[in-house]
Design a protein around this ligand. Structure first.
Ligand SMILES: Cc1ncc(COP(=O)(O)O)c(C=O)c1O
Length: 488
């Protein structure tokens, strides 16, 4: 994807200016009565003309401009953005230059994050954008006037949610069910996929429990075997590009019934090549079930290529939405399957509220039969819509590239002080986990907390997961705290 707007070098290594402070109500609020229009502020006006360096001064001599251009190209190719900040003086008078780096400028102004908070923990909970809060407030206020909520609203809101989530994963709106949680989505998958005694269900070592418990249960009741694919030793090191993928591929065979995976591991961002896994799964006649909660919205995925049977994600992490809402992609071959609940909304003719007492055994065609009860989610869904519209306006590929630059900077700087992490080509760009054999020291976590630097401890990892609101100042603060830690 060729785009030409990128991060300003000035953004790095500097406290955010006052003008970056949060604005109010950046977006429009959604409610049942308000039309859903396509909008979304992506970057402040003029951002499209920003390149790595300053804007072109009006007049300059040609030889000097040429020299600066060559120096600029050289350094743009060699340096991470973080290093570029340290070389700020070199960029001070660079000419404007087109680049193919699809980086986004800071979006902190769309959030309400105080300057002294370095929130590097999006994998835990994303903060809500001001526009998303406004959408939620509008939706809550709407409930004061229920006479304004009409039967069609029960359908238009979730249908818009299906549409936007489908665009994020390369699916169609008709493929998407509304769910409250990953465990609910996995329950739908487990209910529909048959497993015979002696077959295998594959999961990754230390996979998130919502994508493990249903399979333990399924294996227990069917006599199948739950196989945990171990983290290969080389996943933390050199050689193979996709070592964990290789181990997963090697574990799939004629005995495999279900392969239940994430796109990237929730503790350290280790990547799985889902296209390769999908091919092998289909060749062996197994089913592929994905939890993309830690990647949807921030790591591109195309279900047409991966071809999962079921794919689920909740909105409160990288989809930048509220808690207790999610989406499930259901592949065409499962559309006649069973949902978890006996809902009225999933039945044929549910649109006619006057005849709901004419109990209907027949389900509406397609995926809505698998929707959760109360799928309209009139307070939460408007927030999810506002968030997904913004994500689509930024573009998932651009978000991914921008965050990869941030974690690359962290990786370089933490390697310099002796902290290991999964190599860049083996991890998702929005994730970096610093290894502390024996666990992250509690005093370090306490100190980070006191300094309002927010990360997560997961197993032996300190998980650092930045987003578009993080400036280099945030990363500098993390680095200062790590460097000051005795023993590092
Ligand atoms: C990978 C992953 N999946 C799922 C969840 C949440 O699961 P559930 O919606 O079942 O609470 C999390 C929460 O941290 C997660 O990291």
């Amino acid at each position: 994807m060729m785009v030409s707007y990128v991060l300003m070098a000035e953004e790095y290594g500097k406290k955010p200016p006052e003008s970056e402070k949060p604005g109010r109500a950046q977006g429009r609020s959604y409610s049942c009565k308000r039309p859903l229009a396509a909008e979304s502020p992506v970057a402040p006006k003029g951002a499209l003309t920003v390149v790595r360096g300053r804007l072109r001064p009006k007049a300059r001599s040609r030889p000097r401009a040429l020299l600066q251009l060559l120096v600029g190209i050289y350094y743009c190719n060699l340096l991470t953005a973080g290093q570029a900040s340290k070389m700020g003086f070199l960029f001070a008078s660079l000419p404007r230059m087109k680049t193919t780096d699809p980086l986004l400028p800071s979006q902190r102004h769309l959030f309400d994050i105080p300057d002294d908070v370095a929130y590097l923990n999006c994998a835990y909970q994303s903060p809500l954008m001001n526009s998303v809060v406004a959408a939620g407030e509008g939706a809550v206020r709407q409930k004061r006037y229920p006479w304004e909520i009409t039967p069609p609203d029960f359908f238009t809101l979730p249908n818009r949610g299906r549409e936007l989530f489908a665009r994020i994963i390369g699916a169609n709106a008709d493929d998407i069910a509304i769910i409250p949680s990953v465990s609910y989505g996995m329950a739908i998958a487990a209910l529909n996929i048959d497993v015979a005694a002696g077959q295998e269900i594959l999961v990754l070592d230390e996979q998130f429990p919502s994508n493990v418990y249903p399979w333990r249960e399924k294996a227990g009741e069917s006599g199948a075997r739950l196989v945990t694919v171990p983290r290969p030793a080389s996943a933390s090191g050199e050689n193979s590009l996709e070592p964990w993928t290789d181990v997963v591929l090697a574990a799939i065979g004629p005995q495999t019934a279900i392969v239940a995976l994430p796109h990237c591991h929730w503790t350290d961002g280790s990547l799985i090549d889902l296209v390769a896994v999908g091919k092998k799964v289909r060749r062996e006649g197994a089913a592929l079930v994905l939890d993309v909660t830690q990647s949807a919205g921030v790591l591109p995925i195309d279900v047409k290529q991966v071809q999962p049977d079921f794919l689920v994600a909740v909105t409160y992490k990288w989809l930048m939405g509220p808690y207790s809402l999610g989406f499930a992609y259901i592949a065409p071959q499962w559309r006649d399957g069973q949902g978890v609940e006996q809902t009225w909304g999933g039945r044929k003719g549910a649109e006619d509220f006057t005849r709901l007492v004419d109990y209907q055994d027949e389900w509406a065609p397609g995926v809505p039969r698998m929707d959760m009860g109360a799928r309209s989610q009139m307070q939460l869904m408007p927030m999810a819509l506002a968030a997904m519209e913004q994500i689509l306006a930024w573009g998932v590929e651009r978000i991914a590239a921008t965050l990869a630059e941030k974690t690359r900077d962290i990786a370089l700087r933490t390697t310099e002080i002796g902290l290991e992490s999964v190599p860049e080509e083996q991890r998702a760009g929005h994730f970096i986990s610093l290894k502390f054999p024996g666990g992250v020291p509690a005093p370090l976590l306490d100190r980070l907390f006191e300094q309002k630097i927010f990360v997560s401890a997961r197993g032996d990892n300190m998980r650092v997961t930045p987003y578009l609101y993080n400036s280099a100042y945030d990363i500098d603060r993390l680095m200062a705290a790590l460097t000051a830690e005795p023993g590092i």
